[in-house]
Design a protein around this ligand. Structure first.
Ligand SMILES: *Cc1c(COP(=O)(O)O)cnc(C)c1O
Length: 446
């Protein structure tokens, strides 16, 4: 089988962005869709393949966002498309807890094998990252019989009621949407760019602050789980200093706390490891995955220690659509793509190009305060030159310039001053370099 979406992997502008057709279509968007929805780029998409988005005016846009880190294997990746077509023709749904099917089981076998640690693991499939985080919390509470969940400053875990409580940033995620779920405790996150000292000192200080808060204010014996993104995504690609995650994992183990890694954005080869916690050899009790798992179909998972995952009574977990067979087929195609195309190595290669280019830009443009991230998950924090004051205006101007030239980049950050890069891992070097040269022009135009 072949896809209809093999677009040439090159940027091509035939109209302004947005073009006339997108402009018309976006009027209908405004009329028909909730005003509560955002929009990163004002174009309407007709097709996409790998790292190119084709809009309805015929513009080919370089995708450096992957639909928020989802299409790591490329948009409409061949193995994903083939398996989805095969599955949709076989059957579309039974509900796994009504009548099971093989590809749900196969996805779980894959996740149990791929996630860090040689211990016995089991998995649960659901529909979204937020739902997976919710389930991880449910299971951790059930297993430990403890109420408290510890989360971090700058964290993002989703938009449902519990995950809003777990998420740090008020605007836009939480404003006016409370009251929020109780027994969620927020502790400091070592955000090195805004902290004082070298990495070792920052790690030591942060661990001291976190464990003090848990021991003295919550009581470690009340804590079911410590939940953390190994590199914070929406918060602005904040990379914890070396030693922080291993120390947290050890503290959790010593205190009977379930250590949950939210790898929703960092997982599936994105950071140059299959999972970001591998960088420091951390083995979580539970790993939460979504975004990159199924090449664009909605799927998410909780994978954890078998004793923890099995502690829940039968029918205590589930949902109508969780692990839908079409999404599972897509996941098997996506995971096969990661393995056969060695996308872990590819992410490291992208990381070298991206990192060196961004560092070169930072030397040239003092508005770039820091370059950070890992592999194909990197970002720049924009500041008023020679300070650490956020520069949201510069971020907006850079993003707008890139869009006008046919390059889609996403933003992030607690202070709304981070430009983040999450290209499909199959992006060609030429396309990536073309996009980075547009970024250079964007800074020159400020
Ligand atoms: C996107 C994200 C979520 C939420 O996933 P959804 O599929 O949007 O519900 C949770 N955690 C992290 C780290 C994320 O980046």
């Amino acid at each position: 089988m072949t896809t209809l979406t093999n677009l040439t992997q090159e940027r091509r502008l035939v109209t302004a962005i947005p073009g006339p057709k997108s402009t018309e279509a976006l009027k209908r968007r405004t009329e028909a869709t909730s005003g509560g929805l955002g929009m990163a780029i004002p174009v309407v998409i007709e097709r996409a393949s790998d790292a190119i988005l084709l809009d309805i005016d015929g513009n080919q846009i370089i995708d450096l966002g992957s639909g928020i880190g989802v299409t790591g294997v490329g948009n409409s990746a061949q193995r994903v498309v083939d398996r989805v077509i095969e599955q949709v023709q076989a059957f579309t749904h039974t509900c796994f807890t009504v009548a099971p099917y093989m590809n749900y089981i196969e996805v779980c076998e894959k996740l149990n094998a791929m996630t860090p640690g040689a211990h016995k693991k089991k998995s649960l499939l659901v529909n979204s990252g937020a739902e997976a985080v919710e389930n991880a919390v449910k299971i951790a509470r059930h297993f430990t019989k403890r109420p408290a969940i510890v989360v971090f400053e700058h964290s993002y875990h989703g938009r449902t009621n519990l995950t809003m409580a777990l998420t740090a940033k008020n605007m836009p995620y939480k404003e006016g949407f409370g009251p929020f779920a109780p027994e969620v405790y927020r502790v400091p996150m070592p955000y090195s760019f805004h902290w004082v000292g070298d990495q070792a000192t920052i790690t030591e200080d942060a661990i001291e602050m976190v464990t003090h808060k848990i021991d003295k204010e919550i009581g470690a014996h009340n804590v079911a789980a410590i939940l953390i993104e190994p590199i914070q995504g929406e918060g602005g690609f904040i990379v914890p200093p070396k030693g922080f995650l291993p120390a947290l994992a050890k503290y959790s183990k010593d205190n009977g706390i379930i250590f949950i890694a939210d790898e929703v954005q960092t997982g599936f080869a994105r950071t140059g490891h299959m999972f970001a916690v591998e960088e420091e050899g951390v083995v979580p009790d539970m790993v939460v995955t979504a975004k990159g798992i199924a090449g664009g179909l909605p799927l998410a998972a909780v994978t954890g220690r078998a004793d923890v995952m099995d502690s829940v009574h039968a029918s205590g977990l589930g949902g109508t659509y969780g692990g839908n067979p079409i999404a599972c087929a897509a996941a098997l195609g996506a995971i096969e793509t990661m393995e056969e195309e060695n996308l872990v190595a590819r992410a490291q290669h992208i990381g070298e190009i991206l990192g060196s280019s961004l560092r070169a830009l930072a030397k040239k443009y003092p508005v770039i305060g820091e370059v950070r991230g890992r592999g194909a998950m990197q970002a720049i924090e924009l500041v008023e030159p020679r300070t650490k004051n956020p520069n949201t205006a510069a971020m907006n101007a850079v993003v707008k310039y890139c869009q006008s030239q046919g390059v889609l980049v996403l933003t992030a950050g607690t202070y709304s001053n981070v430009v983040r890069f999450l290209p499909p891992l199959v992006i060609t070097d030429e396309l990536l370099k073309d996009a980075l040269s547009v970024l250079d022009d964007a800074f020159a135009s400020l």
